[in-house]
Design a protein around this ligand. Structure first.
Ligand code: MN
Length: 232
């Protein structure tokens, strides 16, 4: 089973002027495609693991053959992270979240504006290539974190991402050059809060089901529920 590039859920120019069409085309059709291609290439010598989904590869990382791990961490991570990234942006995005997500953001950060300031600081503070994330941490609370390269917080700290911002230069350099803070501000104009809220709701439903069980063990199943449909 070869891994495949998921379709972008809107046109390349749909996020203009916040994110330009050329960046979206190169980012999706070339960079994300390269992660998919390189993941498939990395799997060529491992027929057993070729049957696993990208997410299965990631959640079973510790038991993978050592020679396969770099491809899964880098290329598999790139595939999963970008597959989520496309879904949490929308031409109808921006503004502020509502419902459960809004109340949890207020509880965790004090207000939406305080959350936004903290997220912008985290994204601006990534040295080199990486991501900033809004996650449900292992205590079950919303938190902001950052990862290097294509690492996903489920592995670096055992938290579940519901929003991720790609701050690799390939994500913004054509339009914003060295002005990463401007890109981060523009990202807030296209965040699909409805989708982020859906990811949070899926985690909360899962927590109710497994409340008396080991959260750390069950988080993999939850991740599979809400990210599994994004990748093959
Ligand atoms: Mn990227």
């Amino acid at each position: 089973m070869a891994h495949k590039l998921p379709a972008l859920p809107y046109d390349f120019n749909a996020l203009e002027p916040n994110i330009d069409a050329e960046t979206m085309m190169i980012h999706h059709d070339r960079h994300h495609q390269a992660y998919v291609n390189n993941l498939n290439a990395g799997l060529e010598a491992y027929p057993e693991q070729q049957e696993m989904s990208a997410l299965e590869l990631m959640v079973n990382f510790d038991s993978l053959p050592e020679g396969l791990k770099p491809a899964v961490q880098k290329q598999g991570g790139g595939h999963v992270n970008h597959s989520m990234f496309w879904t949490i942006m929308s031409p109808d995005g921006g503004g502020e979240p509502g419902g459960l997500l809004a109340s949890e953001i207020n509880d965790a950060f004090g207000s939406f504006d305080e959350f936004k300031a903290a997220f912008k600081a985290a994204a601006g503070g990534v040295f080199g290539s990486g991501w900033a994330w809004l996650v449900v941490n292992s205590d079950g609370k919303l938190a902001i974190t950052a990862t290097a390269n294509q690492d996903n917080p489920v592995f670096t700290e055992g938290s579940l991402p519901i929003l991720g911002l790609d701050v690799w230069e390939h994500a913004y350099y054509l339009k914003y050059q060295n002005k990463r803070p401007d890109y981060i501000e523009a990202f807030f104009n296209v965040i699909n809060w409805d989708q982020v809220g859906k990811y949070l709701a899926m985690i909360r439903v899962g927590e109710g089901v497994v409340a008396m069980q080991d959260w750390a063990a069950e988080k993999k199943a939850m991740l599979q529920d809400f990210l599994g449909s994004l990748t093959d």
